[in-house]
Design a protein around this ligand. Structure first.
Ligand SMILES: [Zn+2]
Ligand SMILES: [Zn+2]
Length: 336
């Protein structure tokens, strides 16, 4: 099979032996695999093992099953929950599996086990989720990032009527905005880039440029500030900004990747009773909720796919990732 092998920041396409499933595994023919900021960070991580196969947002069809797998057969379409939660640690037992260390470390396609930037991939059958009916498996590559956004929306306790501000209109900010809107929340997104604001408008979200009057405008539109701000920009100054635009007693959910130090004025947060809630990954139920959103088309994911690329274009796709900011989701179709 063909696969994209990553070594020292460069991909090369190679022919590898076909994966063989262990007893509890299935081999999936990959229909589509999404690329996200995590992949982009791993691409630039020094010391990643040579010939790593990335790809943790994917779906496809079963082509082979291990000896003890009964519930799947050839041709079944499935999305893959890439985190193998251990189910035994204190965090799993405390209903916070999204923090399970061994689960996150062993995530499919993040270095520990081969991912889906390959024609085929072997994964434990327990991590498969069935795609109903004749729906196109490719669109289910978006379930994983939608699950990340769903977890952030749930952590913020966003429901009908909640006033929500979103900082940063990259894929996660947009997905969280769409899910919040689907819950009946009043949503406004802010971004410094006009192309991203336009993208948000095209998806039916309220959004405007994060200029000098944006915070005041958000304050007025939400009659005193949003109860919940989802910080999806990852910018150093965004955390304190999120705290200051949130309504008294409200919540800030952090769902971006953060690589730099950030200063905040703790007194403002304490005085105004603002909670800061870090959102990382998702629980299995949240992945299943995202599956249901895609299956029912409550979220129309076809509008979220900006482009589909072949495996051969992988170096160009990663090089353009941070440049083409109007792109929502990029998919790789490894078998095309
Ligand atoms: Zn991802
Ligand atoms: Zn665990």
């Amino acid at each position: 099979m063909r696969a994209a092998l990553l070594s020292e920041g460069q991909f090369r396409i190679a022919e590898l032996p076909e994966p063989t499933p262990k007893d509890d595994q299935v081999v999936l023919q990959v229909d589509a695999c999404g690329i996200c900021g995590t992949d982009h960070s791993l691409w630039q991580t020094p010391g990643l093992a040579p010939d790593t196969i990335l790809g943790h947002e994917f779906a496809g069809r079963v082509i082979q099953t291990g000896r003890s797998v009964r519930e799947w057969e050839e041709g079944d379409a499935a999305a893959v929950l890439p985190i193998p939660y251990c189910g035994r640690c204190e965090l799993c037992n405390d209903n916070r599996p999204n923090l399970c260390r061994s689960g996150l470390l062993a995530m499919v396609g993040c270095g520990a086990t081969p991912g889906a930037l390959a024609e085929r991939v072997s994964v434990p059958a327990a991590q498969l989720r069935r795609i109903p009916g004749n729906l196109d498996p490719a669109r289910f590559a978006l379930v994983e990032p939608l699950a990340v956004a769903q977890a952030a929306v749930e952590l913020g306790r966003i429901t009908a009527g909640t006033r929500v501000g979103i900082l940063g209109l990259g894929p996660l900010g947009l997905f969280a905005g769409l899910i919040a809107k689907e819950c009946g929340a009043l949503v406004f997104g802010l971004d410094h880039r006009a192309d991203r604001v336009r993208t948000a408008h095209s998806l039916g979200l309220g959004a405007f440029i994060a200029d000098g009057v944006a915070d005041e405008r958000l304050h007025d539109l939400t009659l005193g500030g949003p109860e919940v701000v989802i910080e999806a920009s990852g910018k150093e100054d965004a955390i304190d900004r999120a705290g200051s635009i949130t309504r008294i007693g409200g919540r800030v959910v952090m769902v971006a990747s953060y690589h730099a130090h950030s200063q905040i004025q703790p007194g403002h947060w304490v005085d105004r009773g603002i909670s800061l809630l870090p959102s990382i990954a998702y629980a299995p139920q949240q992945f299943d909720e995202a599956m249901a959103m895609v299956s029912s088309q409550a979220i129309d994911v076809s509008r979220l796919v900006s482009s589909v690329h072949s495996l051969d274009e992988i170096n160009e796709v990663f090089a353009s990732f941070r440049v083409q900011t109007d792109q929502i989701k990029l998919l790789i179709s490894p078998s095309s």
